[in-house]
Design a protein around this ligand. Structure first.
Ligand SMILES: Cc1cc2nc3c(=O)[nH]c(=O)nc-3n(C[C@H](O)[C@H](O)[C@H](O)COP(=O)(O)O)c2cc1C
Length: 320
């Protein structure tokens, strides 16, 4: 039996799934510059769209072998649809794991559709989804990503054991409630309490930006690992800093420019024409100001970067 992705090394370090960000070009870039010791969670895909064979959604699941290990995250509400989608994904793309989104707060998903964070309220439905995936024997680990609760952060203390009993192989917990969205205090100690409630590995998530944060978070939570979201945006080298593979990149202008161009080229190859318009969101993170601190006219550069339409325009702007 081959080792599961979460059995390789402890603590587990993971790139969090982020819609419109953890796509193939970004994940491939992270892997190229940050080595192999972390697992990638790709952006969520709709179970319904996969079952309908939607071309764009299927393309979102394509995996370059150099990216592995890669977990594909699915969102949906109906266990039958999720299982069917998971079967299609496993057969076509052979991911290293399937993750179910039980934490997305966006109304389109968690509203009347009863997917994402809504599954924390309908625990019977949530357990049914996990059980159905286990019964389907897909041959890959089944994990769940969730939050502390809908309104009350103690909800996770009941929800995590429900997911474990249903058969989940691992749970990632974002230390906020659905009501908090993406800001406000992250409660790592509540994640720690949830860790004590289950035997399966737990990944702690929320506000982890530096190597020091990882140490602090693991110390508080005693989790099997951590999952890093926005800390990796505009900083695909964060994983190599964690592994201490290379010295810190901060303020290394030439290296940062090289990485930005490498990312832009991968993005262009994947999305083609007009791709530089969707690349602007990444540029906003790269040039936020905390990376290249001594750059003059950063504000002007950022304004110009937000208007680029082509790779050559970007290359020109990065000649500083
Ligand atoms: C732009 C964006 C997109 C996200 N998309 C997803 C997603 O597709 N699936 C998911 O489970 N969580 C998603 N999240 C939540 C993150 O995975 C993570 O739980 C959250 O950002 C907190 O971690 P952080 O403080 O390290 O960013 C998203 C977050 C952001 C900011």
């Amino acid at each position: 039996m081959p080792k599961k992705w979460f059995e390789f090394k402890k603590p587990i370090i993971a790139l969090a799934p982020m819609a419109d960000y953890t796509d193939q070009p970004f994940c491939l870039l992270c892997r190229k510059i940050s080595g192999n010791d972390f697992v990638i969670f790709r952006e969520m895909v709709s179970a319904e769209a996969i079952v309908r064979q939607n071309k764009k959604t299927l393309k979102m699941c394509k995996i370059n072998n150099k990216e592995r290990p890669v977990v594909i995250q699915i969102f949906g509400a109906k266990s039958e649809t999720i299982v069917e989608a998971a079967k299609i994904i496993v057969k076509k793309f052979k991911p290293d794991g399937i993750d179910i989104n039980m934490g997305c707060p966006v109304a389109k998903i968690a509203g009347k559709n009863m997917a994402g964070a809504s599954l924390m309220k309908d625990t019977v439905r949530a357990a049914k989804i996990v059980k159905a995936l286990k019964i389907a024997k897909l041959g890959v680990p089944i994990s769940v990503k969730t939050r502390l609760g809908w309104n009350d952060k103690k909800e996770i203390l009941k929800f995590a054991p429900i997911l474990e009993t249903a058969g989940a192989d691992l749970i990632s917990i974002h230390g906020r409630t659905k009501s908090q969205g993406y800001s406000g205090e992250v409660d790592w100690s509540m994640i720690g309490q949830a860790v004590k409630m289950v035997k399966i590995p737990v990944l702690a998530n929320g506000n982890i930006r530096t190597v020091e944060d990882i140490k602090k978070c693991l110390d508080i939570t005693k989790a099997a690992g951590v999952m890093i979201g926005r800390g990796a945006m505009g900083k695909p080298w964060i994983f190599r800093e964690i592994q201490n593979l290379k010295s810190k990149i901060k303020n290394n202008k030439e290296e940062i420019k090289k990485i930005v161009l490498q990312h832009a080229k991968l993005h262009f190859e994947h999305y083609g024409e007009r791709s530089m318009v969707t690349f602007r969101k990444h540029l906003a993170w790269y040039f936020k100001g905390d990376q290249i601190v001594e750059l003059e006219n950063l504000k002007d550069l950022r304004i110009k970067l937000m208007k680029i339409n082509s790779l050559s325009e970007l290359e020109e702007l990065l000649k500083f």
